[in-house]
Structure formats: structure tokens, C-alpha cells
Write a protein that binds this ligand. Structure first.
Ligand SMILES: Cc1cc2nc3c(=O)[nH]c(=O)nc-3n(C[C@H](O)[C@H](O)[C@H](O)COP(=O)(O)O)c2cc1C
Length: 290
């Protein structure tokens, strides 16, 4: 299995979003964003997190006596991004305070799990840090999950779709229905169903949380209603994403043309325009984080 295949399939596996912190022997705080956190043993209570051997924080964590796992919650994506950024002072924002075992913690975290270092295991290009849980805090904030390369807020399946009378969705006329559905998959949508189920699709329904759309063949109005599409374009798709730079990189890797570079707009959104497979402009935007 090559690296691209491995990371593509693992992107399908939801992971928690945590920031793991510790202090160096000289009192310097260290922290990194980790999705590899999970429980490992009940008796004794052990948890596990994997850290890249090449990470700047690796020497501090592999020798630390204690570490604190901050489970990030709703609205804390910016903390995850900061603790994943290289070459910056991740603690400069001042949002970490001494918490369980005196370690740097996020007061508003969804949960915190303070550990003593139980053992350090070799795990390929990563080191697995096994921690014995010493103290824990369970907050009220809904935890974030990371899946399909986006941050999400989990919702129970039964509540993830609004009631029928609150739903509305566009049908996008496309020359290449499959390629257009793949384009929206890059933006975090997942296929719900397609017609016909096998072979060349005429209709593909996609969903991303409560947002819905369907892609249909461009001759749809003609074959179904006997009329051509109206004379002018009817709408432009505007898709909000969690991290515009990461999304644009993924779109560039998939050879999606960039029509307009990202720009910060006065109402607090950072917006770029890309072309869908038929060349239509699609806005991709995220909130501007301070
Ligand atoms: C959502 C997310 C999950 C991550 N999970 C891990 C992880 O489990 N282990 C890890 O070593 N790095 C993980 N990283 C990357 C690190 O946070 C960090 O970017 C990396 O250690 C490079 O840091 P450095 O500049 O200190 O070397 C993750 C990043 C993100 C955005």
C-alpha cells in the first residue's frame, strides 16, 4: 500500500481532535494536535497517542513524565490548526492555563485526560506514547471529529437531517455527472444515492451534514420537461469549508482550476473561486479567524 492510498483510506476513519501538552524539564510548554488518540486498556486505565518521530515536540514528549490530552470541542478548530502549525509559538494566544496535574490545558475543552507516561513504543515513523490516566475532566462542549479531511461536529443520525419542510436543494445540470459529483466529494460531500444504480449516472444525490445537492445530466430539463434550460445561469454554488488553504491544496492536487485566489472579505469570510468540471465558477469560503 502506498502513502496516498493509505492516507486516503484512513481519512475515512473518524478521529478525535486533541491537543496534547506537556512541560519540558526547563518549564517550557510543548503541545501538538493529535488525531491518533484512543483508549488502550481498562485495567490499568491506559490511553495511547502517536507522535511523529520527526516532530519538533518529539524529544519533549518521549521523555516527559506526564502529558495532558485536551479533547477539542465545537468551535475550537482554530486551536487544532494552531497546534499543528510549524515554526510558531503555539502558546502565544494565552488560552492554555495550568489544569490537571498542573499541565497546560484548555479550560473550555470538551474533555481533558491527564496521564503519567506509562511506556514509549516504537511505531514505525511514529512513537506510541502510552499514558496511565491519573485525572480527567468531562465538559459539556460537543467534541469535534476529523473525517474526510474536515473538522465536523457529530450529530445523532436521527437529527442530522432537518425536517422535510425545512429542506431545499439545487439540482446542478452537468455535462459530466460523475466528475461533478467527485468535485463535490472533494469539498466534503458524500454520495447518498445515484440513478441508475449501475452504469452511467443520470442523477447523483450528495449530502454534507444538512447541506444537500443533486447532480443531473445537462439534458435533464429537456428530457424530463421538454424545455431547454433558461437563457442565463440560475445560481452559483457557494460552499463553506473549514480550512480554505487545505481545501484549495486538495483541489489543486485534483487539478481543479483556480479562478480567483483567496481574498478576505469585509463580512468576515475568506473566499476563493474554482471551476467545476464544466467550467462553472464555484465559491469556496471559510470564516476569517483572528
Ligand atoms: C487534525 C490533525 C491531526 C493530527 N494528528 C497527529 C498525530 O496523531 N500525530 C502526530 O504526530 N501529528 C499529528 N498531526 C500533526 C501535528 O499536529 C504537527 O503538525 C506536526 O507534529 C508537525 O509539528 P512540528 O512543526 O512541531 O514538527 C495532526 C495534525 C492535524 C491538523
Amino acid at each position: 500500500m502506498d502513502t496516498v492510498g493509505f492516507t486516503t483510506v484512513m481519512a475515512r476513519v473518524p478521529s478525535p481532535v486533541t491537543v496534547v501538552t506537556t512541560y519540558g524539564s526547563d518549564g517550557t510548554p510543548y503541545g501538538f494536535t493529535a488525531g491518533s488518540f484512543c483508549s488502550a486498556s481498562l485495567e490499568p486505565p491506559l490511553v495511547l497517542v502517536c507522535l511523529d518521530k520527526g516532530a519538533s515536540t518529539h524529544p519533549a514528549f518521549s521523555t516527559a513524565r506526564r502529558f495532558l490530552v485536551n479533547v477539542l470541542g465545537r468551535g475550537q478548530q482554530h486551536v487544532a490548526r494552531r497546534f499543528a502549525a510549524s515554526g510558531v509559538d503555539r502558546f502565544a494566544a494565552g488560552d492554555m492555563r495550568p489544569m490537571e496535574l498542573g499541565l497546560p490545558g484548555l479550560p473550555e475543552a470538551s474533555a481533558r485526560i491527564a496521564c503519567s507516561l506509562h511506556s514509549v513504543l516504537d511505531a514505525g515513523d511514529h512513537t506510541a506514547l502510552l499514558g496511565r490516566v491519573e485525572q480527567a475532566f468531562t465538559g459539556d462542549r460537543t467534541p469535534l471529529v476529523h473525517v474526510d479531511r474536515f473538522f465536523h461536529r457529530p450529530a445523532p443520525e436521527s437529527r442530522s437531517r432537518p425536517p422535510m419542510q425545512e429542506r431545499a436543494f439545487p439540482l446542478i445540470y452537468a455535462e459530466r455527472v460523475g466528475a461533478t459529483a467527485e468535485f463535490y466529494e472533494l469539498l466534503g460531500f458524500t454520495r447518498q444515492r445515484q440513478n441508475p444504480p449501475e452504469g452511467d449516472p443520470a442523477y447523483i444525490a450528495l449530502r454534507r451534514g444538512p447541506a444537500e445537492l443533486a447532480v443531473v445530466r445537462a439534458d435533464w430539463p429537456h428530457t424530463r420537461y421538454g424545455v431547454p434550460p433558461g437563457p442565463g445561469p440560475r445560481f452559483e454554488m457557494f460552499v463553506l469549508v473549514d480550512d480554505l488553504d487545505v481545501t484549495l491544496k486538495q483541489l489543486a492536487d485534483a487539478k481543479v482550476p483556480l479562478l480567483r485566489a483567496p481574498a478576505d472579505l469585509p463580512w468576515g469570510e475568506r473566499v476563493a473561486y474554482v471551476a467545476d468540471p464544466d467550467g462553472n465558477p464555484v465559491a469556496v469560503a471559510c470564516a476569517i479567524h483572528s
